[in-house]
Design a protein around this ligand. Structure first.
Ligand code: FAQ
Length: 311
């Protein structure tokens, strides 16, 4: 890239201007965005699977309707995000192929199973809670289509987070067995939720460049700390115990000290060795293959219509 063009581009970023799809951008900026937005889109779509698993087993009709709406919202988020990535010159088909053959990732959290109904509460509370913590700052990210997509996504995620916390409140004020299930869900999902923010800053290969381009607005550790500080009082309110004996308020830093997740486990999940990794990709592949005839039929229909218009 031409140094003058690069400097002019960085000046636009520094001035807080939004970069739009037809504007000149460095190849690295484009590539980073395709990677991050594409992985974000895949996470929304794969993220439907652990919850879709419970739609037929929701305890009441009302809970079922709410969960169904939430899972449909995730599909919508995936579609906006694929569209935002497509403005950068890649197709949704290509991104999906890259997910299926392992060239693109999805969030590590969705490689974990949802074993009980309480997990629907914990996913909403913790996973959507972590997602919001990460995505609210992304409403100010430098790439226009991504920033704008995040506005609606964040509104919906905050409803998701509340519905999760509402399930947790119900479970925690229920029978001892229900409370035990809620605690068990927290025990299993706490550290995987902390992993959602990515590796610690010293191991985050993309952070410094992404932050200078304002693709990322905060570092992984900053957001993880904010998430812990927000979530601990909520756990106390529920009467649940965070599964971390080292957790302690640190007056000096004005935040909690807490245990790091097991980073070996995290990197192993990224390699495709999470408890549900094989199953998640197999399910996505089956859905993609089963839908091939629909995509073909829609393309054939669109082609026919465009010739009809010409004639
Ligand atoms: N999982 O250098 P960094 C949701 C990879 S929310 C998997 O720090 P970066 C809503 C990273 O790609 C979840 N991979 O990377 C929902 C890179 O590998 P690469 C989705 C991870 O990009 C709720 C390598 O590690 N949210 O779905 C993870 O600067 C409930 C080095 O890491 C987003 O995607 C991870 N947790 O920072 C849906 C938000 N962390 O690509 C359903 C947007 C890191 O070089 C139900 N994304 N890696 O091979 C971001 O903010 C950033 O991409 C980070 C990672 C913060 C995730």
């Amino acid at each position: 890239d031409d140094p003058e063009m690069l400097a002019a581009f960085q000046a636009r970023i520094d001035a807080g201007e939004k970069i739009e799809p037809k504007d000149w951008m460095p190849e690295g900026y484009r590539k980073t965005l395709i990677r991050q937005i594409g992985q974000h889109a895949h996470s929304e779509i794969v993220g439907q699977l652990p919850e879709g698993n419970w739609i037929t087993r929701a305890p009441t009709l009302e809970r079922k309707a709410i969960l169904l709406a939430k899972v449909q919202d995730e599909a919508g988020h995936g579609l906006y995000l694929y569209c935002a990535a497509e403005t950068l010159g890649i197709s949704r088909d290509e991104m999906t192929e890259m997910l299926l053959d392992g060239r693109m990732k999805y969030s590590s959290i969705f490689a974990y199973p949802t074993l009980t109904w309480a997990d629907m509460g914990a996913v909403g509370w913790l996973v959507d809670g972590a997602a919001i913590m990460n995505q609210v700052p992304l409403q100010r990210t430098s790439f226009g289509p991504y920033a704008r997509a995040m506005i609606r996504v964040c509104k919906e995620e905050s409803f998701h987070q509340r519905q999760g916390f509402d399930i947790m409140m119900k479970m925690c004020s229920g029978t001892p067995e229900q409370k035990r299930m809620a605690q068990d869900a927290l025990n299993r999902l706490w550290f995987p939720s902390l992993m959602m923010f990515g590796p610690s800053d010293k191991d985050s290969v993309h952070s410094s460049q992404s932050m200078s381009w304002k693709i990322k607005m905060n570092s992984n550790d900053e957001l993880r700390q904010k998430f812990v500080d927000q979530t601990v009082p909520q756990a106390e309110y529920l009467g649940l115990t965070i599964p971390d004996e080292t957790l302690a308020w640190n007056e000096e830093k004005g935040g909690y000290d807490f245990a790091e997740p097991d980073w070996d486990e995290f990197f192993d999940v990224l390699k495709g060795n999470g408890p549900c990794s094989t199953d998640r990709i197999a399910t996505r592949k089956a859905a993609w293959d089963d839908g091939a005839w629909v995509r073909e039929a829609m393309n054939a229909h669109a082609a026919k219509k465009s010739t009809a218009n010409v004639a």
